[in-house]
Design a protein around this ligand. Structure first.
Ligand code: GRF
Length: 213
């Protein structure tokens, strides 16, 4: 069984979705950079070991990332999952976990990397928004895409309504991506392309608003 470490900074709802998904994995630790992260208590309720590596205790990113990596490596994970982990990671950290570091981002990448994705989607008049699970590379929010889910942007949407619609899909696609990893079905080649082995053929197209009949 694959050993998984989850990194969080706050609420931890994606972490909770992963812990509840019945995955063929052992969640060996949940680690936060924020001692007040709500998700730490949730993890403990699931019986998962928790640790805090507070970034404020370190002089620079490199020192923080080295301490974080040391804490992660103690648990000998096969996979490290970023679930609302709000720190930019150094190239050295990302390189150390190449091919075994996943992130979820609340937009259809490559649209809207960075923060405030829902507000930006509304401001640009996008009709379709969504979320993306990707392997992490040094370029922020730009790594090879594993899976995406799309939702419509509806009339009268606020940032909160749209965020909630996207978050429901995050809670579906992140466990799916991690399950594929655990089943050794995700292949990341040297060129940075992701292949899913034994995938059912994709059918149809998603259009929003729906076309007239
Ligand atoms: C999610 O929207 C995730 O995509 C983004 O930060 C948010 C974290 O939410 N990276 P939670 O902590 O998983 O509830």
């Amino acid at each position: 069984m694959k050993r998984i470490v989850i990194l969080i900074s706050g609420r931890g709802s994606n972490m909770d979705a992963l812990l509840n998904a019945g995955l063929p994995a052992r969640f060996v630790a949940v680690i936060s950079n924020n001692p007040d992260a709500r998700g730490l208590a949730t993890a403990r309720d699931h019986g998962v070991a928790t640790a805090v590596v507070d970034h404020r205790a370190f002089g620079d990113r490199g020192a923080f990332d080295a301490a974080l990596a040391a804490e992660i490596d103690r648990h000998e994970p096969d996979l490290v999952v970023l679930a609302g982990f709000m720190r930019v990671l150094t190239d050295a950290f990302v390189g150390r976990y190449h091919g075994r570091l996943l992130n979820i981002h609340p937009s259809l990448l490559p649209a809207f990397p960075g923060l405030d994705t829902h507000r930006r989607a509304l401001e640009t008049g996008a009709r379709i928004h969504g979320c993306t699970v990707h392997f992490v590379t040094p370029a922020l929010d730009h790594g090879p895409i594993v899976i995406q889910a799309a939702v419509p942007v509806l009339p009268g949407d606020t940032e909160e309504k749209l965020a909630a619609r996207v978050l429901r899909e995050e809670h579906r696609i992140y466990p799916q991506a991690v399950r594929w990893f655990c089943e050794d079905r995700l292949l990341l080649d040297a060129a940075g392309a992701v292949t899913l082995r034994k995938a059912a053929e994709a059918r149809g197209a998603l259009v929003s608003p729906p076309l007239d009949a």
